[in-house]
Write a protein that binds this ligand. Sequence first.
Ligand code: NAD
Length: 260
Amino acid sequence: MSLQDKVALVTGAASGIGEQCARRLASLGATVVIADLNLANAQRVAGSIVESGGKAIAVSMDVTSEEAVNAGIERTVKELGSIDVLVSNAGIQIVALVEAYAFADWKKMLAIHLDGAVLTTKAAIRHMYDSKGGGSIIYMGSVHSHEASKLKSAYVTAKHGLLGLARVVAKEGGPRGVRANVVCPGFVRTPLVKKQIPEQAKELGISEQDVVKNVMLKETVDGEFTTVEDVANTVAFLAGFESSALTGQSIIVSHGWAMK
Ligand code: NAD
């Protein structure tokens, strides 16, 4: 599979899953745009891709800001000529019981996960429609796009919401050459998850080891974390898929935690 001459923008690509997605897409020949709130880290990742022979630029982008999203995507198309792949991946986690979930935190979660997905889609899809090659939009969902867990009302709501958005974009985009899919990872040891382990231990009154073994990995077939490479390979597969046979789908990558 080659992504030669393609331009791929990955949000939240300065860390964790997004970073590995960007590295994988670059290794397949794409020019990647590392779009992140954290510009210093985005520049570090882009620099490291360039050092190893790939093509990358860093763009400062808060995905909750329509202005910042539009500016980042306009810059991408102006400097690189097109946007062929969008990986809407930026995300955070805030855990609390529903009755204690601060409304401001709820709004922040939905803004990053859902507003971010729709704003980047709106800005990118126009350019995909204009180009001969169409495009591929990949949303970073989660097993929580299909399952629920305690303490995660906003996250589960947002990740379920991405399935709806992807299906609508698949229907609207299909006749114009744009595919939309959702990748749904199980737990991956990134900064986002490392932060949650002590928080969940405290909320649930159990040890950190129990959080990993009996909460996070309990339902997997082998007690293993999913890796950033597992997720990035799935994203690359969807990015390079050559027909509209695969659109409007969600692919779960979770060591069998969820089977749909
Ligand atoms: P991470 O914390 O390692 O990286 C998230 C990145 O998003 C950071 O670089 C951060 O600066 C950036 N970001 C945060 N808010 C932003 C904003 N408003 N605008 C632009 N960038 C912003 O997290 P991760 O674990 O790599 O998570 C990436 C995505 O994968 C998220 O959508 C998350 O929900 C999803 N996911 C993660 C796991 C997991 O177990 N780690 C599992 C399933 C899904």
